[in-house]
Design a protein around this ligand. Structure first.
Ligand code: 13P
Length: 406
């Protein structure tokens, strides 16, 4: 069982004083490299997709590959939206398969940050999905020189952090204690006293953004003071860039596949180094034993209709697919009719929910209630409805038998 509840993964790390990497990926090479490293050192990991990177890939397509790869892994994995900007992007991420979301309203004033984060927490918890908030501001841009976009670092205040956590209900908190996103020329001056106070006040897993370039000693001190998730990207991007430049020098006429030779192993080496340094290496089995599996629920309805013809049923189904797919936590809406005419129930809905919590959210959702009362129930009195949780849903056997990883 590879996909696990991200909250359980982070709580395990927090209690046992190690940190899980939230590695941002921008293509299949990153995805493969991160998972390869995780499998090699038996580490839990978070596959992170940052909204600011959506210009480099199609989020929907990338999520399909990410989820498939995660379900095939033998180590515990969570899939996370990094730096989500709005409620809408958090809903989209969950419906596409993210099992954790970050809402980043850190540039907003305190009250506005709380209001926007709280709104996302309400929605996400209704889908069983944990939320990372950010308080204080970590400057810089992932993948670039940190000095290029210094912005203004705003440190997290321990007092505000407590209030923020209470009023938003976040499951983990990204803090600003002196790190910056991107490539750094020198070591930043980290405020460990502040971090210790935040940790004492919060007793929640803390998150560090801008992991690239920090010293081994800094990482150790961050983790001792409550950091359970470290976001990491620029160093992987740079490792890939260095390998591509070397390939280009060796083979000036080489095409794309020559250029990317060795890129995955270069990134995997860096990910492995982090996992060993941050203490997550070797923790996979403990997290698998304790963490709840992240598995979908199939909301299944089989039914017969009365008083309408097949064309009207088709129109009702089309409307349902459009309306219901937008509800938070709905992964897929399948409508169909029986292949054989002499079946007891001719029609079906298979609505896949991200998590068991969605059963209730969906039941009470006003769009669902309106659709069901106006379009569906009046013609489908004869029906059976059952929610099934996925068992044996992961695809580990196939992946492991083929020996893709490890
Ligand atoms: P770096 O690119 O500095 O490693 O930071 C990554 C990050 O914080 C993503 O959210």
């Amino acid at each position: 069982m590879a996909l696990v509840y991200m909250g359980d993964m982070l709580n395990h790390a927090y209690r046992n004083q190690y940190a899980v990497g939230g590695f941002d990926l921008v293509n299949l090479e990153f995805l493969d490299a991160i998972l390869q490293a995780g499998e090699r050192c038996r580490s839990p990991l978070i596959l992170s997709l940052a909204e600011s990177h959506f210009e480099y890939f199609d989020f929907e397509i990338a999520m399909a590959a990410t989820e498939r790869a995660a379900r095939r892994a033998s180590i515990p994995v969570a899939i996370h939206l990094d730096h989500g900007s709005s409620l809408e992007s958090a809903i989209r991420a969950i419906n596409l398969g993210c099992s954790g979301v970050m809402v980043d309203a850190s540039e907003e004033p305190f009250e506005e940050n709380i209001a926007r984060t709280h709104e996302v927490v309400q929605m996400a918890h209704g889908c069983g999905v944990p939320v990372e908030g950010e308080l204080g501001y970590v400057a810089g841009v992932e993948g670039e020189d940190a000095e290029k976009h210094p912005g203004e670092v705003r440190y997290t205040s321990p007092g505000e952090a407590r209030e923020y956590a209470d009023r938003t209900g976040v499951d983990c908190l990204a803090v600003s204690v002196g790190t910056v996103h991107g490539r750094m020329r020198s070591q930043p001056n980290l405020d460990f006293d502040r971090l210790a106070k935040i940790n004492e006040a919060l007793q929640l897993p803390l998150v560090i953004h801008g992991g690239t370039g920090l010293s081994d000693e800094s990482f150790r001190r961050l983790i001792t003071n409550g950091v359970a998730k470290i976001n990491y990207y620029t160093a992987l991007n740079d490792a890939a860039g260095a390998r591509i430049r070397a390939n280009a020098e060796n083979d000036p006429k080489g095409g794309y596949t020559s250029m990317v030779k060795g890129v995955r192993s270069a990134m995997a080496e860096e990910v492995k180094r982090c996992m060993e340094l941050w203490g997550s290496a070797g923790k996979a089995d403990a997290v698998l034993a304790e963490g709840r599996p992240w598995r979908p629920v199939e909301h299944t309805i089989i039914y017969n209709v009365s008083g309408v013809d097949d064309r009207q049923v088709e129109a009702m189904m089309a409307r349902g697919r459009e309306v219901l797919a937008k509800i938070p936590g709905v992964r897929r809406v399948f409508t169909g009719w029986a292949v054989n005419d002499n079946t007891q129930y001719r029609f079906c809905w298979l609505v896949q929910f991200a998590h068991e919590n969605v059963i209730e959210t969906y039941r009470n959702d006003p769009e669902h209630v309106a659709f069901a009362n106006e379009y569906f129930r009046p013609i489908a009195g004869d029906r059976i409805s059952v929610d099934y949780v996925g068992i044996g849903y992961d695809i580990t056997e196939v992946g492991r038998a083929r020996g893709q990883y490890g």
